[in-house]
Design a protein around this ligand. Sequence first.
Ligand code: ATP
Length: 346
Amino acid sequence: MAEIVIKNVAKSFGSFKALHAIDLTITDQEFMVLLGASGCGKTTLLRIIAGLETPSQGEVWIGGRRVDHLPPRERGISMVFQNYAVFPHLTVYENIAFGLRMKKLPQAEVDKRVKRTAELMHIEQLLKRYSGQLSGGQRQRVAVARALAMEPDVILMDEPLSNLDALLRLEMRAELKGVLAESKTTTIYVTHDQVEAMSLADRISVMNGGRIVQAASPVEVYRNPAARFVGSFIGNPPMNFITARRLGDGRWQAADLTLDGPAVQQDKLEFAIRPEDVNVAEGGLKAVARVVEPLGAHTLVTCEVGGGLFRAVLDSDMRVAPGDELSLVPKPDRIRWFDPQSELAV
Ligand code: ATP
């Protein structure tokens, strides 16, 4: 069992607060992705769990053991980082065997584990090659194989695919997902790539400014963002937001559309809808198409609605040209509302 519990963990660098009192539990064998823009604190949190950074406050527990005072090697974790340290002067075999030799495992056991993980990562034919002669993708596989060979309860990965070209990333992504599910490890994976996060994660922790804004399944963070930030960060293009005024008794006015919404007392809320959650039909938001971008399966239309920009993803069979007037009807069950002050979902 390797549940990871982060209790009230904060980190300051001088007067700068990189992490604000984080509480997070990653369940045994879960694949948790830490997702956020550059500088939001993902790497700092990962390094604290790894033991490469000391928290200013709080506790880290792995598998029921408090580990925040232990050095990295005593935490039962393996790490794969962006600039994967594969030793160029060692063969692939010796690279994978490296940690096992440090642990002084018998040669037969080393051999068994190296061969098994090399097979898993499809690099068994490269075992005798020097790592300096490998491609980026191959070196990446070696780094992952080395981490897996340790049979850790926990694997921590920081942007492990970021040095690969797009096609290789896609391939490795699918492979990693399969291998890690099979190996039954608990995984924490840092990325700023939302597609990678959505495809890999059991749960995503969306981070912003040193805080976890929402920790939920990929579908949940996409469909039900807990905060405006999540709706604006996840989704490409992101959610549309329109300031709505209260008409009374749960009726709201968003641009020229009158609709039902939350029965709250404040005067303003933000009405939010994803670009793909509108239909062209009578009685919707009045929109003027400004930019029309055919994307193959769909057409992205950037419109003007009530003086602001609004993006709609429409069926590519629809003929739309710049200057056309459209009426966009939001799908009622996909409408979300946010409080403009707290920026949280209402
Ligand atoms: P990226 O995706 O760019 O790696 P990140 O979300 O992983 O970003 P962190 O590396 O965790 O971000 O950094 C969080 C904040 O803490 C940043 O503003 C960074 O400049 C700051 N920071 C990180 N390490 C240190 C340090 N050793 N000293 C001072 N500030 C630091």
